[in-house]
Write a protein that binds this ligand. Structure first.
Ligand SMILES: [Zn+2]
Length: 249
């Protein structure tokens, strides 16, 4: 087999390798969901803290409300005693009146605290609800992204798996040393080990070829490499299909 024929066969391998490489890169570019996961975890922690804060606020409010109820009951007893008519001693009535005034003051004081705690519990409830919503949304977004990535990865891997036997079939027709050389370049050069050209440009790195390289290529006697990107070059002795002429590899 002549070198020209050999390179034409290698070009068939390259066309399939380019398709495989493109899919491998597409898989790598997919969102792993790690950032979204971190964000969801952060919001989960914030939500847990807000829940604890709300429980604390509600417990404090409950305690003060119970305390208020107790003082109000005490005051009701004192009030009843004061106006029952059972006590007639002015000194004793005066003391009871003082007791009532003291309890009234205590009630006003606790009521103020209760109002403040109600506001705090309300604020804590708002914060908890807001963070609950944010955490749910972040979790959903993460799960959706993971789902999309898994589906897309599976699709691309299936396509790669379908391309592999085709690749092997074409590769089996290329002489082993040339194939090894090509594979070595391809692995170091973004999945492209060889390029076929029909003009004075390297289709892989888009650099103008020197007259010497062009001459060697047209001769087709020796293996020729691009002086810029070091990929194997081949001259398109047969006209390339229209869709390959633009950016042929
Ligand atoms: Zn090049």
């Amino acid at each position: 087999m002549t070198l020209v024929d050999e390179l034409a066969k290698l070009h068939e391998v390259q066309k399939i390798d380019a398709q495989i490489y493109q899919r491998e890169q597409a898989i790598k570019a997919l969102d792993s969901g790690n950032l979204l996961k971190q964000k969801a975890i952060e919001l989960m922690k914030q939500h847990e803290a807000a829940k604890a804060e709300l429980q604390k606020a509600e417990a404090a409010l409950c305690n003060r409300e119970l305390e208020l109820k107790g003082v109000e009951q005490k005051r009701a007893v004192v009030h009843e005693k004061l106006y029952s008519g059972r006590i007639t001693n002015p000194k004793e009535l005066g003391d009871i009146e003082k007791d009532e005034q003291m309890l009234d003051a205590q009630i006003r004081q606790i009521e103020e605290v209760v109002l403040e705690l109600m506001q705090q519990a309300e604020d804590a409830r708002t914060t908890e609800a807001k963070l609950h919503g944010e955490f749910d949304a972040a979790k959903r977004k993460w799960q959706e992204t993971m789902g999309r990535t898994q589906t897309e990865t599976a699709r691309l891997e299936k396509e790669i798996a379908a391309l592999r036997p085709e690749r092997d079939q074409h590769a089996a027709q290329v002489e082993k040393p040339l194939l090894r050389r090509y594979d070595d370049i391809r692995q170091r050069r973004e999945g492209i080990g060889m390029a076929m050209t029909a003009n004075d440009m390297c289709p892989a790195c888009h650099i103008k070829l020197t007259p010497q390289v062009l001459h060697r290529l047209r001769e087709g006697e020796d293996l020729t490499f691009c002086e810029n990107c070091a990929r194997i070059l081949a001259w398109a002795f047969h006209k390339l299909p229209a869709n390959e002429e633009e950016d042929s590899v």
